[in-house]
Design a protein around this ligand. Structure first.
Ligand code: SAH
Length: 247
């Protein structure tokens, strides 16, 4: 009798409707996401409640390639299409907090990639403009963000060094690829008192916060060493190889 019962339970389990498995998977992701926020982001000192709420809400597993989903809430950057990367969750949280974004703000992001950072920004800011130099990534991210219901994000294929002059000035600018030096055009597009968070350097990089002064200059504060993919110039080879280990 016991073994017969075991047989039925086993079959019942195997025959679980697909939607139920899918919702189990969603529950697991939900749990992993809350753990990610607590152990990777809060534990390292990010305290802005808006940032923590956004990171607890946005489903990172929907921004990584299908075969990477089970790794979506791990403490690392992950490869996405076209040899690019989605940044480590902590770095996304840290950069968002450093930008001091408030509801009502207009924010520019350079390096749309998967669209994940743009989604986090859009949970807090009023409007997000994001530029991606690889056309396929820009198209995919735009489609993904529309499907997820974001109405306050515009994605454009273009060169981030030029910024998005039509929407200037921005309350904050986040650059998610590393430039060798401060892109001056972006400083111009920042509001007085506005903040730009950006990695600077080539192989050895540091994360900086620039605050724009009334005279147009910027005050620079160094935060931590980081490793991002390079912010390329329009004329460079799009197919350059990038290794794992980038933020
Ligand atoms: N913010 C992204 C991750 C960024 S990876 C996310 O949340 O997924 C860096 C991205 O910057 C890559 O997609 C790369 O193609 C893009 N990039 C590099 N140079 C650029 C430039 N000059 N202008 C715009 N995007 C650039």
């Amino acid at each position: 009798m016991a073994s017969l019962l075991g047989f039925f339970i086993c079959c019942g389990f195997l025959n679980f409707p697909r939607s139920s498995n899918a919702s189990n998977e969603e529950d697991n992701f939900e749990l992993e996401r809350q753990t990610m926020v607590r152990t990777q982001i809060e534990a390292r000192g990010v305290v802005d409640s808006r940032v923590l709420a956004a990171m607890a809400k946005v489903k990172r597993h929907l921004f990584v390639p299908q075969h990477m989903r089970l790794h979506a809430y791990e403490d690392s950057a992950l490869p996405i299409e076209k040899n690019q990367t989605i940044s480590q969750p902590y770095i996304v949280g840290l950069m968002t907090e450093l930008a001091h974004i408030k509801p009502g703000d207009k924010v520019l992001e350079i390096g749309t990639g998967s669209g994940y950072q743009a989604a986090i920004l859009a949970e807090i800011a009023k409007e997000v403009y994001s530029i991606e130099i690889i056309r396929d990534l820009a198209d995919q991210a735009r489609e993904r963000l529309i499907k997820l219901g974001y109405k306050n994000i515009e994605v454009k294929h273009g060169d981030g060094y030029l910024g998005w002059p039509q929407e200037t000035p921005y309350d904050a600018i986040l650059v998610t690829a590393a430039a060798p030096e401060i892109p001056q055009e972006l400083v111009k597009q920042l509001k007085t008192g506005g903040r730009m968070v950006l990695p600077l350097g080539d192989f050895s990089q540091e994360l900086y916060v620039l605050t724009k002064n009334a005279d147009g200059s910027a005050t620079k504060e160094r935060i931590i060493p980081v490793r991002f993919v390079p912010m390329v110039k329009k004329t460079e080879d799009r197919n350059q190889k990038t290794d794992n280990g980038f933020f």
